[in-house]
Design a protein around this ligand. Structure first.
Ligand code: FE2
Ligand code: FE2
Length: 204
């Protein structure tokens, strides 16, 4: 049963994006993990806009979803609760963060649309990044869905990316996989420079 996203957010304590970024930087020093956080943030914002939901909130949850991974990889998704509680994050943020590791590192199921999107796009951003790295241009700006689809079908390419999980996530959203890939690319394109995926325009 899906609960409308706005029903559970009514008791919101307002967490700002700056506070979330401070927390991310406090717990994460690894550049590729920070870039992953920015990628997931950008895609979450994009999907929120697509669905007419709270882009600020979805973005923040994307930004901090792996908050515990660098320092506590063995306790991934579990330590996140402690960290976020300590910093005054509301329960719905914590639930969303924990649910991204459903059946991998938690039994917290993604129930809200926001949670289902996070669950679906988390690893997909990794596949898309790896696809861009293979391009001579190293740019996501003109990347097409069909190029990602080609890599999707090569099981040995970015083999750690769980295609089945992404397919299940897409189905739970009532979306076709091609549509999810296309929208995820669009979301990442908005943060291309920050992600180092803008070819010559990249900051790195
Ligand atoms: Fe994770
Ligand atoms: Fe992640």
């Amino acid at each position: 049963m899906e609960m409308p996203d706005d029903k559970r957010g009514m008791m919101d304590v307002k967490i700002t994006r700056d506070e979330a970024l401070d927390l991310l930087i406090m717990y994460n020093k690894n550049d590729s993990l920070i870039k992953h956080a920015y990628a997931v943030e950008a895609v979450m914002r994009h999907f929120a806009e697509l669905f007419g939901e709270d882009a600020e909130k979805w973005g923040i949850i994307g930004l901090i979803h792996d908050i515990d991974y660098e320092m506590y990889p063995e306790e991934h998704c579990k330590k996140a609760r402690t960290i976020l509680e300590e910093h005054g994050y509301p329960e719905d943020y914590i639930h969303a963060v924990q649910s991204h590791g459903y059946n991998i590192c938690t039994d917290v199921e993604p129930l809200l649309k926001m949670e289902k999107v996070l669950y679906t796009i988390d690893e997909l951003t990794g596949l898309i990044t790896a696809t861009v790295y293979m391009r001579p241009s190293r740019s996501i700006l003109d990347l097409e869905t069909k190029s990602v689809k080609k890599k999707w079908k090569q099981k040995s390419f970015a083999a750690g990316v769980n295609r089945q999980l992404i397919e299940e996530g897409a189905a739970s959203l009532g979306m076709k996989i091609d549509e999810v890939i296309e929208e995820t690319i669009k979301g990442m394109q908005k943060a291309a420079e920050q992600l180092g995926l803008a070819g010559e325009l990249s900051l790195i």
